[in-house]
Ligand binder design. Structure first.
Ligand SMILES: C[S@@+](CC[C@H](N)C(=O)[O-])C[C@H]1O[C@@H](n2cnc3c(N)ncnc32)[C@H](O)[C@@H]1O
Length: 217
């Protein structure tokens, strides 16, 4: 199956996935197994490099040499770009086809096949940066136990002073069509990331919500 070109730094859910819901993630995994067999989205290196530099590295004050965990990394492209930018980044995705592709295509970097719900025990408290880019959990009900548990789990990977960054495509319209991904508003993201009692920051840049939570020093 030909993979759709990524039109921007956003990684919109493929049309076939729009019937997958938060309550039915396995349907998504079956789709992704086919999707990633051919590498998934086609990203351009320079475009993603600049997007990450402007919207993630500069905005959130990241510094070369920091270590990073990219969760839901898909076929591993942004883990690759972050390593090329000078970060020490490992990628994790639950989809085996995605991780197989990432390891073949970017053999210099480390990729793990694991579900977000299963904390990688050796990695708790070890990262300056945790990045979730286009992670499906943030496309649905942000007040659900699953979304709150996901963020809580990911915060456990941070070192003191570390930052968790979530980026996701949304038009901020608040549309919540039954059985499809939601376009959460910035207030929805503020409520979610504000509920952990830590310093947080939410903004929106041309189709993407950019949110961060800072672990106390
Ligand atoms: C929209 S894709 C984004 C992939 C990549 N970050 C990108 O921007 O190209 C969502 C990814 O989340 C992964 N994912 C969904 N639920 C997950 C979970 N519970 N644990 C780990 N990965 C998950 C999927 O396998 C898929 O690769």
């Amino acid at each position: 199956m030909p993979a759709p070109a990524a039109p921007s730094s956003a990684s919109p859910e493929p049309a076939e996935l729009l019937g997958a819901t938060q309550a039915d993630p396995d349907r998504g995994d079956a789709f992704y197994t086919r999707f990633y067999a051919d590498g998934g989205w086609r990203y351009g290196f320079l475009r993603e490099w600049w997007w990450l530099r402007r919207n993630v590295v500069k905005r959130f004050g990241l510094v070369r040499g920091m270590n990073a965990l990219e969760v839901a990394c898909g076929a591993g492209f942004h883990t690759h770009v972050l390593n090329r930018m000078g970060f020490r980044c490992i990628g994790v995705d639950r989809n085996r086809a995605a991780i197989d592709w990432a390891r073949r295509k970017h053999p210099r970097w480390t990729y793990h096949c694991a579900d977000l719900a299963d904390l990688l025990p050796d990695h708790a408290g070890t990262f300056d940066i945790v990045l979730a880019r286009g992670c499906s959990h943030y496309h649905y009900d942000l007040s659900s136990a699953q979304a709150l548990d996901t963020t809580r789990t990911l915060l456990r990977y941070l070192k003191p002073g570390g930052v968790f960054i979530m980026t996701i495509a949304t038009d901020l319209s608040g549309r919540r069509p039954a059985g499809q991904i939601w376009n959460n508003t910035l207030d929805d993201y503020r409520r979610h990331f504000g509920s952990f009692g830590l310093r947080h920051d939410e903004t929106w840049v041309r189709g993407m919500a950019l949110c961060a939570i800072y672990a106390p020093v």
